[in-house]
Write a protein that binds this ligand. Structure first.
Ligand code: SF4
Ligand code: SF4
Length: 86
């Protein structure tokens, strides 16, 4: 019998895995402070920070797991991690 291990049988199925469901910390992004350097966009391991049509960066909390790498990488402290409220 083949051990399934971590094989992904359905490409693109990770969109169903909403990693934001177990977040402990929540990053809050202040676009008034943001200088659009794209560090958060580049470093976010979930790819859940994207610019909108106005160039403002938004966080998709369905997929943000609260690692706060974005807060660490933001050069102007435009992202602040707070404790998640359930
Ligand atoms: S906390 Fe982590 S997962 Fe969430 S937006 Fe920041 S870098 Fe991405
Ligand atoms: S890292 Fe900070 S300054 Fe750079 S785009 Fe993200 S929020 Fe804006």
């Amino acid at each position: 019998m083949v051990n399934k291990g971590t094989i992904i049988y359905e490409p693109g199925n990770s969109i169903n895995n909403k990693t934001g469901s177990w977040r402990v910390f929540k990053p809050i992004l202040d676009n008034d402070k943001c200088i659009k350097c794209e560090n958060c966009y580049i470093f976010c391991p979930e790819g859940c920070i994207q610019p909108d049509e106005n160039g403002d960066f938004k966080i998709d909390y369905d997929y943000c797991k609260g690692c706060l790498i974005c807060e660490e990488e933001c050069p102007v402290k435009a992202i602040t991690g707070i404790r998640e409220e359930k």
